[in-house]
Design a protein around this ligand. Structure first.
Ligand SMILES: Nc1ncnc2c1ncn2[C@@H]1O[C@H](COP(=O)(O)OP(=O)(O)OP(=O)(O)O)[C@@H](O)[C@H]1O
Ligand SMILES: [Mg+2]
Length: 317
């Protein structure tokens, strides 16, 4: 099946010369939930803004539902609902009118039943006659989501939807996202909460300094997370790994003082007993050991760190 969103070699250099996106290519499948992770300033909002054609790319192309966002803007945009990172709603308008008006902007006929369904799903029905300025911050965020859903989009972008949102609303939001997905809506969200990406996403993309460092099925990342590390602090530094230990997934620290062994926690045999016996046979003694489980956060931090280092190296070259 053709992807619902197809991004090719997308670059964005802002006026002033800052490159916020640097050759991003990505296909997003219909019906998936994709979480974009990345530090502040990584380019997440810029990427979303380019896909929604709010920011014009400096190079590359984006197609939504087969419609090029530049040459076929209206058709592409009509498929998209966007919940922006910044709250911006008309303060004096009522909740209900805000959402109705948003639907009208897409040239769709009024559909009170749909508007009611959306407002109810977001627990805004009781507030429908209130003016936006009378709402709390969390409720304003809900209005933004209601607006984004007013024209029944096939793709929903949520840019940091749960930043500054309380636990109850966060839970409501994720219930809503799940039910939208069940209806076949494709969802792309950005978040700083790694647990959130872990819980919600089918696929996870990591972006930093305008580059997409990785896009992976969550299950594959989870498998990486199933790995544990055993670090042995050696009694004496080791210059090289003995050939007898070549079959183990071992890494020697730069100073030769430690060996790290990676193993799968779900495997029937971890291989630790055999490794320790082989180490003893090779005459390698250790004074201490520790184990740790790698998490998505580790995977993320390592990637961002490696990305930063390779960028610095490129810069130096
Ligand atoms: N209109 C603009 N003009 C110039 N530079 C911009 C503009 N908008 C964003 N940038 C820069 O582009 C980079 C990426 O910004 P962007 O908002 O896409 O990051 P982000 O990943 O969404 O970060 P955050 O997690 O803080 O929301 C930043 O360095 C930012 O300063
Ligand atoms: Mg952002």
């Amino acid at each position: 099946m053709a992807p619902i969103i197809s991004i090719r070699d997308l670059t964005k250099t802002y006026d002033g010369g800052f490159t916020a996106l640097d050759g991003v290519s990505l296909d997003i499948e219909e019906g998936e939930i994709l979480a974009l992770l990345g530090p502040n300033g990584a380019g997440k909002t810029t990427l979303i803004s380019c896909i929604c054609a709010l920011v014009s790319p400096s190079g590359g192309s984006v197609a939504v539902g087969g419609h090029d966002t530049l040459t076929d803007f209206r058709a592409a945009r009509s498929l998209i609902g966007l919940v922006p990172q910044e709250v911006s709603i008309e303060p004096f308008e009522t909740v209900e009118n805000t959402v109705k008006f948003s639907r009208g902007l897409f040239g769709l006929p009024p559909d009170p039943a749909h508007i009611e369904k959306v407002l109810r799903a977001l627990s805004l029905w009781d507030k429908r006659s209130n003016r936006n300025m009378e709402l709390s911050g969390g409720m304003k965020r809900r209005v933004l989501i209601a607006k984004a859903l007013s024209h029944e989009p096939r793709v929903l972008f949520l840019d940091e939807p749960t930043a500054g949102v309380d636990v109850a609303l966060r839970k409501d939001m994720w219930d809503l996202v799940r039910s939208l997905r069940a209806e076949g809506v494709t969802i792309i969200l950005t978040t700083h909460y790694i647990e959130e990406a872990e819980e919600m996403a089918d696929r996870i993309g990591v972006i930093d300094s305008g580059k997409l460092l990785l896009v992976e099925q969550k299950s594959v990342l989870m498998q990486k997370m199933g790995q544990k590390e055993l670090t042995l602090h050696l009694a004496a530094p080791l210059a090289d790994l003995p050939a007898a230990l070549a079959d183990y997934d071992l890494t020697r620290s730069e100073d030769g003082q430690a060996l790290t062994y990676r193993y799968d926690t779900r495997a029937q045999r971890t291989g630790i007993t055999r490794l320790l016996a082989d180490l003893a046979a090779a005459g390698i003694a250790f004074r201490d050991l520790e184990t740790r489980q790698s998490s998505l956060e580790d995977v993320f931090l390592t990637l961002v760190d490696e990305g930063a280092r390779s960028t610095t190296q490129e810069g130096a070259a």
